[in-house]
Design a protein around this ligand. Structure first.
Ligand code: PGA
Length: 249
């Protein structure tokens, strides 16, 4: 059985003032029946790790360099994230792919760097609106999966986040049938390539997940949780999403 995962991506939002959200979250879910992960700006990782104490909430980075250290001004490496207390890192988020021209090969190398540092890589994929409208969604997803996931991926070190680019931050989500189709496809691709390890990898849905649509999305087979952006910033919004996921366990 795959353990469900509710993950929050704070993107470029949050200062020390927002640590109160972590306090509220850990108080509301003292013993969660699903895994919880928050990926704040890197400046907050160590503070969040300290703030959450022994609570099982995991803290993650939003990106990492392919190298462990060196002359890469402004970048952050997987070992540095791990040393700050992170246990996971997002790689290949569509905003990184767009803003920083990240390719599947680069994303795969970043995932390898994450594994080497003992971090779980949350590998993000998803089609653009043009690709959806051209009917090429499954082809895009197939090639992103093939190119972005290293051969060393296992159920323990890898989570896949399927995030249609056109659903991120837009309030639009695919139909339940479309989510089911892509998640079923991803599962079959993972199982074909990684056998039992692929069967065990969590596949999250991401893109405009909110308290109002979470239960419908979580009812879809092969949806093992969510990667939540805007609605993860406030415990009052993220909490009901976690509750909806716990209701499926
Ligand atoms: P959103 O972002 O929930 O704000 O749409 C999701 C993501 O980009 O991970």
């Amino acid at each position: 059985m795959r353990r469900k995962l509710a993950a929050g991506n704070w993107k470029m939002n949050g200062t020390a003032d927002d640590l109160a959200q972590i306090e509220a979250l850990t108080a509301a879910f003292a013993a969660p029946s699903v895994d919880l992960l928050i990926c704040p700006p890197a400046t907050l990782i160590a503070q969040m790790v300290w703030k959450k104490g022994a609570h099982p909430l995991a803290i993650g980075g939003q990106d990492c360099h392919t190298a462990a250290k060196g002359a890469h001004t402004g970048d952050i490496s997987a070992p540095i994230l791990a040393a700050a207390g992170a246990t996971a890192v997002l790689v290949g988020h569509s905003e990184r792919r767009t803003d920083h021209q990240e390719t599947d090969a680069l994303v795969s190398a970043k995932a390898t760097a994450a594994y080497d540092a003992g971090l779980t890589a949350v590998i993000c994929i998803g089609e653009t609106l043009a690709e959806r409208e051209a009917g090429t969604t499954l082809d895009v997803v197939r090639s992103q999966l093939a190119g972005s996931i290293p051969d060393a991926a296992t159920a323990a070190n890898t989570v896949i986040a399927y995030e249609p680019v056109w659903a991120i931050g837009t309030g639009k989500i695919p139909t339940i049938e479309q989510i089911a189709e892509v998640h079923g496809f991803i599962r079959s691709e993972l199982t074909a390539r990684f056998a039992a390890e692929g069967e065990g990898m969590r596949v999250l849905y991401g893109g405009s997940v909110k308290p109002s649509n979470a239960a419908d999305i979580f009812a879809v087979a092969d949806v093992d949780g969510a990667l939540v952006g805007g609605a993860s910033l406030k415990a009052d919004d993220f909490g009901p999403i976690i509750t909806a996921l716990e209701a499926t366990v």
